[in-house]
Design a protein around this ligand. Structure first.
Ligand code: CAA
Length: 240
């Protein structure tokens, strides 16, 4: 039987490319979204991938939603914690609300997404956890104290889960995308964005599909010995 994959924030941007690539690779896919009903409906119509609405920042909603996906689609074998937001501002202008919103979604959201899937993975002796972190969790970024903190924290989650899951056949890995052509990056002021592209040796933004292919690999049986690692996909902009 086909394995089941859950992708949070899976109806737009990098998440949509991941959902589609996993479906093309033979998985049964469920994609979550937080608010954009129209984009989700369009995504389902175009791809046939079921979408579920809940806020990754809300543990109770995540737990309930995941139970629903497991009942309707199947036990989750692959969980891709991709949902993320930005609230960029220089530190001296950053508000506690901007800090909290980003932490709740990008860091606590990973806990909320993986934690309800974890007992089933342990029982079945197989699981793949893939967390979408960011180049800015590795290098920091002007205007992103909140976001960079969460994305660095995501790497700590993965390295710890890798050690806890290994004996149960579960791997946990992170991908650090660089600047990818999505709405999130297009929201960066044009002048700033052009300056950033100038720092990418490849000379262009990445494509969402370039990240999705990394996820498909990490989810596969072939990647069983890769655990606790970080795949950097940033066009050469930053080396760890
Ligand atoms: N380095 C050094 N100085 C910088 C700077 C930088 N990167 N960016 C801005 N500054 C300076 C400005 O020149 C300005 O200096 P002066 O006051 O001397 O003129 C000062 O900082 C303040 O700038 P602003 O008043 O314009 O600040 P602002 O309140 O408008 O906020 C910002 C600016 C929102 C931080 C804006 O610079 C920005 O959006 N930066 C991009 C941040 C970014 O890369 N976000 C990534 C989003 S995509 C993503 O997150 C996906 C992923 O994983 C990669």
């Amino acid at each position: 039987m086909a394995r089941t994959a859950l992708v949070t924030g899976g109806s737009r941007g990098i998440g949509a490319a991941i959902s589609k690539a996993l479906k093309d690779a033979g998985y049964q896919v469920a994609a979550t979204y937080a608010g954009n009903d129209e984009a989700a409906a369009k995504f389902t119509e175009e791809t046939g991938i079921k979408t579920y609405k809940w806020n990754a920042a809300d543990y109770a909603a995540s737990k309930e939603g995941i139970a629903k996906v497991e009942a309707e689609v199947g036990p989750i074998d692959v969980v891709v914690a991709n949902a993320g937001i930005t609230r960029d501002a220089p530190f001296h202008k950053m508000t506690p609300e901007q800090w909290k919103e980003v932490v709740d979604t990008n860091l606590t959201g990973v806990f909320n997404t993986v934690h309800p899937c974890w007992p089933g993975m342990r029982e079945r002796g197989f699981g793949r956890v893939v967390v979408i972190s960011s180049i800015n969790g590795q290098k920091g970024q002007f205007g992103q104290v909140n976001y960079a903190a969460t994305k660095a924290g995501d790497l700590g989650i993965v390295k710890s889960l890798a050690q806890e899951g290994a004996a149960k056949g579960i791997t946990a890995n992170a991908i650090c995308p660089g600047y990818i052509a999505t709405d999130m990056v297009m929201a960066v002021p044009e002048k700033v964005r052009e300056a950033i592209i100038g720092q990418i040796p490849t000379g262009r933004l990445g494509e969402p599909e370039e990240i999705a292919r990394c996820v498909v690999f990490l989810a596969s049986d072939d990647a069983g010995f890769i655990n606790g690692s970080t795949i950097t996909a940033n066009g050469g902009q930053f080396f760890v």
